[in-house]
Design a protein around this ligand. Sequence first.
Ligand SMILES: Cc1ncc(COP(=O)(O)O)c(C=O)c1O
Length: 521
Amino acid sequence: MPKSYIKRILDARIYDVAIETPLEPMRQLSYRFGNRILLKREDLQPVFSFKIRGAYNKLLKLAPEQRARGVICASAGNHAQGLALGAQQLGVRATIVMPSTTPAIKVNAVRMRGAEVVLHGDTFDEAAARARELVEERGLVFIHPYDDPDVIAGQGTVAMELLRQHPGNLDAVFIPVGGGGLAAGMAAYIKYVRPEIKVFAVEPEDAACLKLAMDEGNRDGRLPQVGLFADGVAVAQIGEETYRVLRETIDGVLTVTTDEICAAIKDIFEDTRSIAEPAGAVGLAGLKKYAEQQGEQNLTLATVCSGANTNFDRLRYISERTEIGEKREAVLAVTIPEQPGSYLQFCRDLGDRSITEFNYRFAGGAGRFAGGAGRSGNSGEAHIFVGMQVATDTDRAQLVAQLQDKGYQVADLTDNEMAKLHIRHLVGGRAPGINDEVVYRFEFPERPGALRKFLEQLAGRWNITLFHYRNHGAAYGRVLVGLAVAEDERPALKALLDQLQYPFWEETDNPAYRLFLSQCE
Ligand SMILES: Cc1ncc(COP(=O)(O)O)c(C=O)c1O
C-alpha cells in the first residue's frame, strides 16, 4: 500500500511556493542525550508550517473546472494559511471559514493572502458545518486538511527531503499527529524507501486520537474532549485514510504532556533561536521521551519542527511550564513548625539549591510567627509553597527524602495541575491576629543565598508574616515581604533594610495590600 503513495509523493510539484527546508543537527540537545538529533525545519516555510505542501499539491491536482469554481476549508490554523497562499499563487479563489472567536492575528494572516474569510459560530465544528453548507450553496471545492491522498502526498515530501538530506544511518523518526496527514505521508515514504527506520507517531496525551484508534483496532471512537494547548494537533478523531496508512506503517504511538511540549519548545529555541508553536514541538517531545526510555547512546534520531505560528501571549505560559517539563523544577508544599526561627532554618536546610518560588503566609493561631528567632511560643504549623531547581526526577526524589529526613512533612506537587495553575497564586490572604504588619517590596539579586542573607539579617528581631517570590527570569527577583513590627521599632527596621542594600519600597499603604491582605481594612 505505501507504494501507491510513493508515486504521488515523487510527483508532488510543490516547490513554486514551498521551500526545501534544512535538516539541522541539534547540537546542544544531542550532547545532552548522547545521541545525534536532527530537526527538519518546517517552521521556515513561507507560512511557518509544513501545511503549504499538502494544500498546494491538492490545488495542483484539481481539474481546471474545479479550480475555476474556487476552494473552501474550515480552519483557524495552519491549513488555512497554507491553502490561502497556495490559492493566491495559482489565482484560485479561496474561502476560509473560521470560528468567530479566532484571534484577529490569524484572521488577518489569511486575509493578507487574498482569501475571503467567513467568521461563523463559536467552535470549530460550527465553522466546519458552515463550510459544508457553502460547498452546496456556492459550488466550491472542499479541501480537507489531512484526509485526502493528495494532501497526504504533499506532506510526504517532508520525508523525501529528509532521507535525501540524510542518507546515512537513521534509527528512528518522530512525527507529530493531528489528523495524521503529515505522519501518513512521511511514514508511507520512509517505510517504502528505508523500512529499517523506525517511525513513531507522537500526540499530546490529551489529544491522542490515533492512540485511541490503535488501541481499539478501529477508528470509530472519538475523544470526548480534546486538549487545546497544542492547537495544531487538537483533533478528536483520526482521519479515515490516514488511519488506514498509519496502522500499516508506524512502529508505535508516543504521547507527551503539556509540560514536555513546553520543554521541547525551549530545546528548539536553545538550538535554533526559533520559537516553535506547541504542535511544532510535539515530535521533539516524543523523541526525547523515547531517548530517555531507551537509555541508549549514539542513536541517530530525527523529528520535524512542524510549525511556528505561536500567539505571543502564550509564551509566558510556555516559559512558566518549561522547567517542570524538563523535570528541572520541583514544586513542593513543605510544612514547618510555626515557631521562631523555623523559616530561616528551613532556608538553611535547602542548602545551595536555586529557589524558583517561595510563598508563605502566616496562618494565625496562638503561637508566634515563623520568621523570627528569640521569641518564645510554639504552636501550629505553617505551609510553604516552594519551587526548587533539580536536575532530574531522581534528584527531585532525593530532595524530598532529604527534607523528610530533616523532619519536614513534604507533599510533592510537581505533577499537580491545580497547584501549578491556581494554588501558587492563591497562597496568602488575611492573617488573623496581626495588627502591626508592615509590607515591603524588594528587588533581590537573582543568586543563590540572597534569601538566606536577607533572613539572617532580620532573623533575630522581627517575624515574617508574608513572603512571596517567583523567579520570572528577570535579572532581579521581585519579593514581597510582610513583617510584624511594632510602631516604635519601625525606624530600626528601616535602618536595617538600608544596610542590606537591596532596593526596596514600602507597600503598607498600597490599596491592593489593604484590600486583599491587611487586617486593618
Ligand atoms: C504545526 C502543526 N504540526 C502538526 C500538525 C498535524 O498535522 P496532521 O493533521 O496532518 O496530522 C499540524 C496540523 O495542522 C500543525 O499545524
